[in-house]
Design a protein around this ligand. Structure first.
Ligand code: FMN
Ligand code: FES
Length: 419
């Protein structure tokens, strides 16, 4: 059914905790009551990024962006916007109490962003596989299974220049190549969704808003390295992400996109979830593997690297959530396309959880090489209360100074301002 309008309500953790689910319920109730539910569809999405201003409601096709929406505002949005076509100005983003910024595209927070990893977050209903498919979802796995050899897949990822977003920035294609070159037999593909850095929530939001992108990427990796089994190691404190992954895995199974003989290709691949109990050290890959095996999460010296000797002594690739979310796009659009984004040494984008004393905090995605100044002042809107910038702290245990040297060094930003 083609709807005339779509009401996208953010269903990310931050918006839910500030009442987003009640806003969804109120829209559904009022639209049904007024018999508008056949022309207006309510979609619960993942995080739109501007968490601080939540609950966020976006109305399509106009792209109108409402902030801090409460259940009591819904009646007015329906009556004014959806029935009469008039924007409810008082609910638009208005930092200076002067010009109401009506559409997302006009809001400075979004203007320097470039979304690859978060391409579907805030756009699709993460609990509907059809929404993901409608935005080219599972097209990459089809291409890989029917048009590419494992060697070609690895070559494409190598050529793209993608480097791991969870740790040392190791070239993803190289890691896959090591595992692919190991003798045939049981191999494993693991997704690291432990996300232990304080203040970081990039991986959680990606899984909450677009779980299928990670499932599809893991299946592509499984095909490339010759693994038939995957594990997602996710912290138990992420109940919404876990629920959405469980729904996504079931839906992928139902459509023959996971399990035996995927899409009739003869390739088998399945994914199971494993829950972490919040130990920071279990985000480290060798400790994580110990934990999946049911042992105490203790790092072990490398070599041997997991790609050679990992889970239960078998070749294993471990990739971070954000690294993986890039994979389907790289396969669909090509390594040459990806390679043009970013800096000479680090390609693509980086997602940051921008927190602290900035005016606009939230989840952002920018091309690699974007400066701290742009992040803090253009996207973050500068320091709260007009104070002078004093310091910025990058997340992770081994911070360095620029976004281009080590992706992990800039997983989240905490800012301080002089008072
Ligand atoms: C103490 C410690 C904690 C780590 N925590 C995480 C984490 O929470 N998430 C993550 O993806 N990688 C974490 N890493 C990095 C992983 O060991 C590993 O390098 C990464 O998952 C590999 O994926 P990538 O190549 O896609 O980046 C941590 C590393 C160390 C040393
Ligand atoms: S959780 Fe709603 S905008 Fe981030």
């Amino acid at each position: 059914m083609a709807y005339q309008s779509y009401v996208l309500v953010c269903g990310g953790t931050a918006c839910c905790s500030s009442g987003g689910d009640k806003v969804v319920a109120e829209f559904k109730r009022i639209l049904a009551e007024q018999k508008l539910d056949e022309t207006v569809q309510v979609v619960t999405t993942g995080c739109l990024g501007f968490c601080e201003q939540g609950p966020i409601v976006k109305i399509l096709p106009q792209g109108t962006f409402y902030v801090q929406v409460k259940p009591e505002d819904v009646k007015e949005i329906v009556a004014e916007h959806l029935v009469k076509g008039r924007v409810v100005q008082r609910l638009c983003y208005d930092p200076e109490q002067a010009k109401k910024l009506v559409a997302e595209a006009n809001i400075p927070f979004y203007q320097k962003q470039y979304r690859i990893v978060l391409r579907n977050c805030g756009v699709i209903d993460p609990e509907k596989i059809e929404d993901y498919i409608a935005r080219d979802g599972y097209k990459a796995i089809e291409k890989v299974l029917f048009e590419m050899t494992p060697e070609q897949v690895v070559e494409e990822i190598l050529k793209s220049g993608l480097r791991g977003r969870g740790g040392a920035g190791f070239p993803t294609g190289m890691k896959w190549k090591f595992a692919m070159q190991q003798p045939k037999g049981q191999k494993y593909m693991v997704c690291n969704a432990d996300e232990g850095d304080p203040g970081a929530y990039m991986d959680r939001s990606t899984l909450e808003g677009d779980p299928h992108s990670v499932l599809e990427a893991m299946t592509i990796a499984g095909y490339a390295i010759g693994a038939s089994k995957g594990f997602i190691y996710i912290r138990a404190e992420y109940p919404l992400a876990i629920r959405r992954l469980e729904v996504a895995i079931e839906q992928a199974h139902d459509l023959g996109l996971l399990g035996k003989d995927i899409l009739g290709s003869g390739f088998d691949f399945d994914i199971e979830l494993r829950f972490g109990a919040g130990a920071f050290v279990c985000g480290e890959e060798t400790a994580l593997l110990q934990s999946i095996e049911g042992n105490r999460g203790m790092p072990r010296p490398r070599p041997p690297f997991p790609a050679v000797k990992g889970l239960w002594g078998r070749p294993t690739v471990i990739n971070n959530v954000e690294t993986l979310a890039n994979i389907p796009v790289i396969i669909n659009k090509g390594a040459d396309w990806f390679n043009k984004i970013g800096t000479a040494t680090t390609k693509g984008t980086k997602v940051f959880a921008l927190t602290g004393k900035v005016n606009n905090s939230g989840l952002i995605e920018v091309p690699m090489g974007t400066t701290l100044r742009e992040i803090i002042f253009d996207i973050g809107g500068g320091i709260r209360g007009g104070h002078q910038f004093k310091a910025a702290q990058t997340g992770g245990s081994t911070p360095r100074s620029t976004t281009s040297r080590s992706p992990r060094s800039a997983r989240s930003w905490a800012l301080a301002a002089s008072s």
